[in-house]
Design a protein around this ligand. Structure first.
Ligand SMILES: Nc1nc2c(c(=O)[nH]1)N[C@H]1C(S)=C(S)[C@@H](COP(=O)(O)O)O[C@H]1N2
Ligand SMILES: [Mo]
Length: 330
């Protein structure tokens, strides 16, 4: 039932809301034993390649749930926050299964250290860095963002990170680079329920000016803690004016390119999931209306909140799309 021929986020939530739990659990059979896998990525080769700005590269290994130090940010909403218990148990992370509760049960399998990160494509110097250098590269800011999924739920979440632009400047993209693509971690050994029918690894991408917008957050934590694995540890992006699927989790590679990159949902169903995916109440890019949303809370509230253009971030991002037909570039 879950293994649809034409994958769709919408179909999934619809069936998850009407299908009894035991039916969902049928596909969650015996799990394979946990196998540490990051070692195969050649961590030893990274030892000598740290960010040059760090004189004393930190050696701390952060366990999930460890507190993070972050300074308050000007990019912050006052809205009441979604409870952490909700934000960390109602997730989309398809590598761990298609049910919203799967990631919180299964993502513990992921080993987030060591975690090499590749910088590839049109950059001055392709290289591999390690996650702890990235984490300590700039002071972390705590930013409370509105976060909206194309499936019409929304949350208010405090994320901890710094602007992706800071990291992109470190990468030194060539002038020819027009896009940056994100690749998520992928390993069947720790993702035994990864559904077929998708072109794994999970990939997403942004136009360079979108990626350089100060709102785009390179994210290491939420609610003042290291990201739970199900929320994308050890590093993800958060792009608050776009639907949630643009915000790739567990990133292992940043690839700079001059062509609009392939993205997982666009490849799976390009009619529904466009490259831009800006939150747009006037355009029903999924099979249902995007005009309203339901704030995820402890209760199942109706979809009674009017969705805002660009998720309410129009002042900061509308100019990126000046002159573009947003129905064509959905
Ligand atoms: N690697 C990866 N990243 C992903 C996804 C995924 O399935 N795999 N799902 C996306 C979707 S559809 C959404 S809505 C958000 C959900 O983020 P959250 O679970 O932290 O709320 O993650 C996005 N990033
Ligand atoms: Mo989503």
């Amino acid at each position: 039932m879950l293994l649809r021929k034409s994958p769709s986020l919408e179909a999934t939530i619809r069936s998850s809301e009407i299908t009894p739990q035991h039916v969902f659990e049928q596909h969650q059979q015996t799990r394979r034993r946990f196998l540490a896998s990051a070692a195969t990525l050649g961590a030893a080769a990274l030892a000598a390649r740290t960010l040059p700005s760090l004189i004393n590269p930190p050696t701390t290994v952060h366990a999930a749930g460890e507190p993070l130090k972050a300074i308050p940010s000007k990019y912050t909403l006052d809205d009441p926050q979604t409870p952490f218990a909700k934000a960390s148990t109602y997730n989309n992370f398809y590598e761990y299964g298609t049910d919203k509760s799967d990631p919180s049960h299964e993502a513990y399998r992921l080993q987030t250290r060591p975690w090499p990160i590749q910088i590839t494509g049109m950059v001055k110097k392709p290289q591999t860095i390690n996650i702890d250098d990235l984490l300590h590269y700039r002071p972390l800011e705590s930013r409370v963002y509105r976060f909206r999924c194309v499936e019409a739920w929304s949350m208010i979440i405090p994320w901890d990170g710094y602007s992706l632009s800071e990291f992109i400047n470190f990468c030194q993209p060539l002038p020819s680079a027009k896009y940056v693509q994100f690749f998520s971690y992928n390993d069947k050994k720790v993702m035994p329920d990864e559904p077929s029918g998708y072109d794994w690894p999970y990939r997403e991408g942004l136009r360079m000016d979108e990626a350089m917008n100060p709102l785009t957050l390179l994210t290491f934590g939420c609610y003042g803690q290291v990201l739970p694995n199900q929320n994308g540890a050890p590093v993800r992006v958060i792009v608050p004016w776009k639907y949630g699927y643009k915000s790739a989790k567990a990133i292992v590679r940043f690839h700079f390119t001059d062509k609009e990159p392939a993205t997982t949902w666009n490849v799976a169903d390009g009619r529904e999931y466009g490259f831009y995916s800006n939150v747009n109440p006037n355009y029903d890019n999924a099979r249902w209306s995007q005009a309203h949303e339901r704030r995820l809370d402890t209760s199942l509230l109706p979809r009674n909140i009017p969705t805002q253009m660009f998720n309410g971030y129009g002042d900061q991002v509308a100019s990126l799309y000046a002159g573009m037909d947003l129905k064509k570039f959905y």
